[in-house]
Design a protein around this ligand. Structure first.
Ligand SMILES: Nc1ncnc2c1ncn2[C@@H]1O[C@H](COP(=O)(O)OP(=O)(O)O)[C@@H](O)[C@H]1O
Ligand SMILES: [Mg+2]
Length: 135
């Protein structure tokens, strides 16, 4: 917690292996993540679900496709990922909106798509940036 500009998002990006510190170290499971190569960083990021403050949904893709993309990156086949994306969107209460693009959804609905996407690969860690703050 902290006021706007105090560094909450920066901190989450650092511990989510999305940003690199100019000073100090980030240890995840006792590993200094600055020692990881790009492939190892990608493996680590796949185990971290991240809900961004401004969602970072892909505007040209529907809600379902946004979730499916995350599953495709992890190598799930077409049918499986379609089914799993629908199930995840149902869990977050967005089954009806799943064929809409982000601009056709409310802020809170976009946030739920982002949560479904973050949960898609059964992450070990789930990082959420102001998940209940705005809508
Ligand atoms: N990419 C960036 N480059 C330089 N400064 C940044 C960048 N992003 C954020 N900042 C600055 O870092 C500070 C912390 O920002 P941020 O982590 O977004 O805070 P919060 O999420 O708590 O509102 C702010 O002063 C902000 O202006
Ligand atoms: Mg922030």
């Amino acid at each position: 917690m902290g006021p706007s500009g105090s560094g909450k998002s920066t901190f989450l990006h650092l511990i989510g292996a999305l940003d690199k510190p100019t000073e100090g170290k980030v240890l995840i499971e006792n590993v200094d993540i600055s020692t990881l190569d790009n492939g190892q960083l990608a493996d680590l990021r796949r185990r971290i679900g991240f809900v961004f403050q401004f969602f970072n949904l892909i505007p040209r893709l529907t809600a379902r496709e946004n979730v499916e993309l995350s599953l495709a990156i992890n190598g799930l086949g077409r049918n499986e990922r379609q089914k799993k994306a629908e199930r995840l969107l149902e869990i977050v209460g967005l089954k009806d909106g799943m064929n809409h693009k982000p601009t056709e959804l409310s802020g809170g609905e976009q946030q739920r798509v982002a949560i479904a996407r973050a949960l898609a690969n059964n992450p070990k860690f789930l990082l959420m940036d102001e998940p209940a703050g705005k809508f």
